[in-house]
Design a protein around this ligand. Structure first.
Ligand code: CIR
Length: 255
């Protein structure tokens, strides 16, 4: 959870047409860009250098840079996002990834993986099958990770949940923040869990960055639970991102 660098992308006005499971109104590009600036500030305050890539109007969901790539100390993997309107985001971000990494591997054609389905734990990497990540993509991705010496496991993302990390996050030090349903699924074995309080499921998506955990603003009981587990928290607004099913993790690549 020690990082020095983040990559983000400015939300485009086309984010108003971003994908969403349930419509709660369109996000506004202008309001989202203000919110995004606060997010970038929070990453900087946590000690990161932040690269802010320009908005891409052709890709309404392109500010969610977590989905087309995955970064590790060994190198980066350019993924294949599973939503048709997002497929081109991989080629769009590739040159930027190549500026930061000497080793860049592309997920082979034939399967799909969204970075939002990849959860880095202390001892293994979980790859959640979802509407965006299929078996072939997950197995191809697992082979790349294993070649770099990681233990990886393909698992199910809970039904009705967009991405695996919509329902859980790594807090660090072996502790996982998990929404009730996934906490009870047995997925995490006997690892230490902080369970998201009832009615606050959206707040299961947090990010540990160096000494702090960024938590979405407006979820006081989750904030308190994370603090009670011994972590320092910072609340960050995600109101516009949430309208298109976005959360804190999807807005950056951290390495
Ligand atoms: C999508 O449906 O692809 C975007 N509207 C939201 C992506 C959120 N990404 C993530 O959780 N990793």
């Amino acid at each position: 959870w020690q990082f020095t660098q983040a990559i983000t992308r400015t939300p485009a006005d086309s984010v108003a047409r971003g994908l969403r499971a349930t419509d709660h109104g369109d996000p506004s590009g202008e309001a989202f860009r203000k919110e995004h600036a606060l997010y970038v500030d929070a990453l900087k305050a946590a000690g990161l250098e932040v690269e802010v890539l320009p908005a891409l109007e052709d890709f309404p969901d392109s500010c969610f840079v977590e989905d087309p790539a995955f970064c590790l100390p060994e190198g980066a993997i350019v993924l294949r996002p599973g939503a048709e309107s997002r497929e081109g985001e991989a080629a769009a971000i590739q040159p930027d990834i190549e500026r930061f990494f000497d080793i860049v591997v592309n997920l082979p054609e034939g399967g799909y993986v969204d970075g939002g389905d990849v959860l880095m734990l202390d001892d293994e990497i979980l790859i959640g099958l979802s509407a965006r990540t299929d078996r072939q993509g997950a197995e191809n991705f697992k082979r790349i990770l294993e070649a770099w010496g990681y233990t990886a496991r393909v698992c199910e993302t809970p039904p009705g949940v967009l991405h695996l990390k919509t329902a859980c996050s790594t807090l660090g030090g072996g502790v996982i923040l998990a929404a009730q349903a996934i906490a009870e699924s047995g997925l995490f074995g006997d690892r230490k869990l902080v369970v998201v309080p009832d009615g606050e499921d959206y707040a299961a998506n947090v990010i540990r960055v160096n000494d702090v955990v960024l938590v979405p603003e407006g979820f006081p009981r989750t904030l308190a639970a994370v603090e009670a587990a011994g972590f320092k928290t910072v609340a960050v607004p995600t109101h516009e991102a949430r309208k298109v099913d976005g959360g804190l993790s999807c807005l950056s690549l951290r390495f």
